[in-house]
Design a protein around this ligand. Sequence first.
Ligand code: GLY
Length: 421
Amino acid sequence: MRTKHFLSATLALCFCAKVYAQMIDNEHAFIKENMEFAAKQCSLMLQTPSKGKAVMPHSLTRNGQQAKGSIYLWTAGFFPGTLWYVSEYTNNKDLRDSARVYTEKMEPVKTFTGNHDIGFMMYCSYGNANRFVPDSRYDDILIESARSLCSRFNATTGTIQSWNSFRSWHGDETYDFPVIIDNMMNLELLFFASRKTGDRKFKDMAVSHAEKTMKNQVRNDYSCYHVVYYDKNTGKAIKGETAQGYADNSTWARGQAWGIYGFTMVYRETQDPRFLKTAQRMADYYVNHPGLPADKITYWDFNANQNGYTPGIRSNANNVVTNYRDASAAATIASALLELSTYTKGKKGKAYLETARQILHSLGSPAYRAQEGANGNFILMHSVGSIPHNSEIDVPLTYADYYFTEALYRYDRLLNGQPLF
Ligand code: GLY
C-alpha cells in the first residue's frame, strides 16, 4: 500500500515537473518569436528615409505617414534603446551596429537643459549602450547628461523642474514650476552618475525628488496626479492637475506606469522600504483595478467619461467618447512588474509576475502586435500620446516598443534565473 502511494506521489511530481518545464519552454518560444519579429520590424525601420533633422522614429502622422523626430524630442532615445535590447537578445550584429550608430547620434543632447526629459533620452540610448558594450566615453557622456539634469533641481522645492511652464486646461493660468510624475523616470541617470563619480550630490537630488513626489504627487489611494505645481519661492506644493490625463483627479494610465516603474527603480537604487511600498501600492492599484480589461491592457485613463471626473474647459478630452487602450502604458507596467516581482515575496509577487505575463501575451497577439512591414514598421499598435492635446490617438509610439522589448528581455532573464541587471 505504502509503495503504491509513494509511486503515485512520485509520478504526480514527475508530471508536475514535466508540465512546468513545458510551460517554461512555451514562454521562451513566445519571447523568441516576439524578439525575432521585433528584429524584422527594426531592420525595416532602419531602411525608412529620414528628413533633415527628423531622424528618430516616433509614431505615425494622422494620414499614416511615418513621423520621425529630432534628437531633442523626448522620445529620441527609445529607438536606439529598442535596438540594444533586440540586438542583445537575438545576437544580431547588424542591429547592434545600428544601435551604436543611433545612440551616437544622441551625443549633442548631453548638454540639453530645456526640460527634464534628458533622463529618458540619454539613459535609454547611452545607458543601454554602456550596459551592453561598456565604454568610458559613454560614462563621460552620461555623467555630463546628469549634470545637465541637475541644473533643473531647485533646493527650495527639493524637486527637479519638469517643464518651464504649464498652462492649465481650466483657463489661462500658467504655472511656472510644474513637476510631472514622468520625472521619476529621469532619476535613473542621476543614480548612475553618483555610482560612477562617487559624488553623492546626484543621488541626493534623486532621493529628494522621489520623496517629494511620494508626498505630493501620489494620492491616498496610490493613484497619482500627473502634474503638481510648486511655489518655487516657498517650496510648497500648491495643487495637482493633469496635462495628459482625463481630469485632474483621474488616473492617467501612463502616469501610473511611470510611477510604478520609477518607484521600483528608486527602490533598486536605495533599498529604502518606503519606495518599495509606494511601488507595490501603485502596482496593486493597477493589478487589482476593477476597470482593468480582461486582457490587462489598460484604457488610456482609468476614469475617462465617468461621473465625478471633469476635464478642464480647454481639454480635447471633452470631445472624445471612445475609451482607447494605451499599449505604451501596459508595456511599461509589464516591464516594471517583472522587476517588482523580484522584490516581492509570496502571492503578491506571483500576481505581479502573472499580470506582466498576461500583458506581454496580449501585446504579442494580433490584437496589439502589427503585421510584418505594416504599422510604419513599429512593433505595437494602439497607444495614446495625449488625448487632451488631440495628439497621437490610437497610434504606434516608439516608447511602447521600447518597454515591450525591455519587458521581453527581462522576462527571458527571469525565466533563466538570471539577474535582471
Ligand atoms: N513624458 C510624456 C508622456 O508620457 O507622454
